[in-house]
Design a protein around this ligand. Sequence first.
Ligand code: URA
Length: 289
Amino acid sequence: MASVLDPELKRALAERVRFYNELGIYDFYRRDVTPVADETATVNFIQPEQREEMSPRKAAVAVPAAPDENMFEVISSRPETGVSDPIKALKLIREDLGDCTRCRLAKQGRKQIVFGVGNPEAELMFIGEAPGADEDQQGEPFVGRAGQLLTNMIKAMGLSREQVYIANIIKCRPPNNRTPERDECETCSPFLMRQIATIKPKVIVALGAVAAKTLLAISDSMSNLRGRWYDFRPAGARSNDPNWTSAKLAVTYHPAFLLRDPRQKGEAWKDLQMAMKELGLKAPKKSDV
Ligand code: URA
């Protein structure tokens, strides 16, 4: 029997979905349940991180069954959905991000959003923590001192910056380069997840503890996190390529840490060699670097 959804509930639902879209969350699952007596009951949306752990049924959004076919017209897909050209898809993600004010960093002195740079079809992606002063100034990740070291690390692998893709967990500079807060990472990282799902890298190298812990959602020491592969699926973002579901992720030291403790460069090189082996790369001769 067809039942008409209370317009007030429909409006509230549309508002809520728009709110989640604003945060970069687009995929919702619907579970048919027996209509509840109180139609204003809270709608439970499951966060993408939890969804990763759950079967689609468990992750379903509990909303009353509604034969009204237009009910979900408010649930838009991500703008890049179905866009096969990664350059265009990244542009759409950037446009969706807009002049972002989703977290406090927008009002704490950032000059510009630092989206990411490099090959939109890169096999290798580096993910750091957050833009610093130089990056905030130039709008490009890893262009300061730590960035110069990263560029040299990339060259030592026989690659150029243009061949890889470089991004950060968060896209705005935190004041005084403080460590990003957890909620800032949670607000911003869905956009990074969409970038990853668009680029579809074979290998991701997480630079430092903030990148590693945010991407892997585990808290451990760098020494425990390094030296192994993780199967990485971007939470809440699906690639349009059925052949790409995940990347291999390795953790290494942040270049800023290596500048402070150069003795660890050998350890970082071991991590990069692991990535090179996976990608079938050979280190160039010293004279070619
Ligand atoms: N440190 C980072 O983590 N990212 C940058 O872009 C620059 C420095």
